[in-house]
Design a protein around this ligand. Sequence first.
Ligand code: ADP
Ligand code: MG
Length: 658
Amino acid sequence: MSSVIRLLPDHVANQIAAGEVVQRPASVVKELLENSVDAGATSIQLIIKDAGKTLIQVVDNGKGMNETDARMCFERHATSKISMAEDLFHLHTKGFRGEALASIAAIAHVELKTKTTDAELGTHVIIEGSKIISQEPTVVPVGTSFSVKNLFFNIPARRNFLKSDQVELRHVVDEFERVALAHPSIQFVFINNGSEMFHLPSSNLRQRIVNVFGTKTNEKLVPVSESTEIVTIEGFVTKPEFAKKSRGEQFFFVNDRFIKSGYLHHAVTAAFEGLLKEGTHPSYFLYLQLPPNSIDINIHPTKTEVKFEDEKALYAILRASIKHSLGQFQVARDLDFDRDPSMDIPYGMRGKEADMPTISVDSHYNPFENSSFLSGNPTQSSGNLASKAFDQGFYNPFEQADSTVGSSVSKSKGTSFGSRNFSGPSPSHSHWETLYQGISDAKNDIWSAQQFIEKEVEQESLFHSEGAEQSSSQVAFQLNKKYIISPIKSGMMLIDQRRAHQRILYEEYLNKLKNRVSASQQLLFPLSLYYSKYELELLKQVEDELIHMGFVFEGITYEKISISGIPVTITESEVSIILEDLLNELQTEFPSEKEILLDRMAKSFAQSLAVKSGAILNKEEQENIVNSLFACSEPQVSPFGKTTFILMSVEDIEKKFM
Ligand code: ADP
Ligand code: MG
């Protein structure tokens, strides 16, 4: 038999490798941006069209390539970043595998323009499906520009596999943010379909985070800083009360490279233990510097996972340093949030050098001798008092600091740390289930909702009590701040207040969104809310729907949205909550079909606005829920498919007493 094994031609091998490196437009964005960073650029521009499906261009002012390198860079395993395997342990660059450009060129139309500082002319290379089409000298500034067009042009299956532009754009933005956050000193500009989405000037870390996520982010950040032999940690976590329902903004960077680590994430959440409302997640931006030889970044082709030599120690240090920062912030929370650390010092002492107090004790001094000192001579200012006491060895500078701190703690109790953020069900609720175990166990006792619907079609007859003595005030009771019990003709009904209210609101809002009939209430003063560019972009896409719901927008401008009218069914204070929840929902996936979008929006509003478990409802509210629920088209389930109520017949109850 003749030999059957052949070496694959390069372009085929490249296409196969491309499958690993390039999954979607965002992968190209990541590789190109990282190459520009590696090339020492101080300014990088990203331009995309149609979420990168039509065009991805990255222009940098880095060191550029000479004529030969401009061709060589498209070869597989062509890299300037390592030459020996050992180099892998001293990496200071993003790239090192030398396969990104080869992969990209195998599956797209790529154009490269580049010039080094010492060259007079630059070079222009066109390569399509791994084939160099042309290379010519050209006049370009120092630096490099890569344009990648028609991604996956030769792999239709891959192209068809791409998600909607919205989804792909989200991935691109994710990659962009990761690189931009890792390198605050580099200027980044991101142009999406001809309009500027990000403009990030060279800045410090805090400003970069704020520039990426919007001005409102600034007040949320708590600095974290720790330096040990194993690791140096810098960065920010967000204050517990700003924790989000979505997991959005969580970033670890190891040696300026974005990484994912479930283990380190756990360390962060452990530091927040006891501070977060259930179901919310803190944001964090944490920058770890470790000796390159103590980490291995080579275990994943897209290089977002890292192995650490001393994982346990890292966990402990990370957790402790965040805990420490949060602790400091708890104490100082009522002071200025944007303060620099020097502001932790009492005002009068700020800027002073800390001299070591020399304590001279006058052994003959008797404080009780001086009556004016004791009674607090009113002409003596407290400053004098302190300095006098200090002279005499009595003054304790920390006493004053402590009292400042003390007052801020007591003040904080009633303020922003207040009820809304920490109003979970009270601890006594935790065992309520045991009380009702009999009910859920005895399946026969409970009719299914469906049976109920079939048996008691006529809704009015439901609440019509048999005994005339039953007054209307007995129509509903609240149990455990969670359920509404309503006696019905044939027994009783247990309604989950939150789920039922979700169902009611969902149908109400869906109806409004579909039929565009809702009233608006004018606000006395327009409400200004701040969002990141990306969030504003999303809001603009649902602006029409929000208007149909009753919102009146005065303007959506840079970072800010002004609202002058809101739907009559919501209060002003609920506006920011529902919009934030809506954004969380849309960021996860933006529905491409209108129907689905309206459904998602209605669900999101229902979720944001429905009464919580744990909320006390008055009689009228209880009755409203009961009545409105049964006016719904699908009362038996919440919009999220959960049972809204269960029934117990008189017969079943009677059986319990036998
Ligand atoms: P890697 O980054 O792993 O080395 P790539 O395929 O991404 O592999 O790039 C190959 C080589 O091309 C790089 O090592 C670098 O020398 C060169 N290169 C790529 N992009 C740029 C750029 N923007 N500026 C200068 N040189 C670049
Ligand atoms: Mg690279």
